[in-house]
Ligand binder design. Structure first.
Ligand code: CUA
Length: 171
């Protein structure tokens, strides 16, 4: 069968595009480090989150290693605890695991300008582990519509130089 040269060009072009499209979707899904909200953080009773073994009083805790910290964050209408009334403070050159849950409705927990972004689902604990190399200031926003005060639900995260970090703030 004879296929005309232009028809062959179209064919190759169309197939290349399909491969490119599938490639970009695949890269976006797995190549950039996104993860789905899963159950690795475990479940909690949303009406009494600290009663559960996998959630603690909200705040910053020492982790497994000297430079590892665990941050427990409660989201509720319309604040992050800690984060909104008091900034979350962690030292630079550290690895931080955020444990995020909600005590009422679905919220979002996004650290602006980073790829830290998770849903805060009542009854579930989402965990995100990140490294902070440099001192910096970040905003926190809720990016899931959670009610009339959704647009006011924000907070801050301060990554402070290690020398200025006050270990007494750690639980
Ligand atoms: Cu919390 Cu929107």
């Amino acid at each position: 069968m004879h296929v005309h040269r232009f028809e062959r060009l179209w064919l190759v072009g169309a197939l290349t595009l399909i491969v490119l499209f599938i490639g970009t979707v695949t890269y976006g899904a797995v190549g950039t480090g996104y993860g789905m909200v899963d159950d690795t953080g475990g479940e909690v009773d949303p009406t009494n989150v600290t009663a559960s073994d996998n959630f603690r009083e909200p705040g910053v805790y020492h982790g497994d290693e000297p430079t590892h910290y665990d941050v427990y964050v409660e989201s509720k209408q319309f604040l992050f605890v800690p984060g909104t009334n008091d900034p979350i403070r962690v030292p630079a050159n550290s690895t931080v695991t955020f444990h995020v849950t909600s005590t009422d409705v679905m919220h979002g927990f996004e650290v602006v300008g980073t790829n830290i972004n998770t849903m805060a689902v009542p009854g579930q604990v989402a965990t995100v582990t990140v490294e902070f190399d440099e001192p910096d200031q970040y905003g926190l926003v809720c990016n899931e519509y959670c009610g009339s005060g959704h647009h006011t639900m924000e907070g801050s995260l301060e990554v402070v130089p290690r020398a200025q970090f006050n270990e007494s703030e750690v639980n």
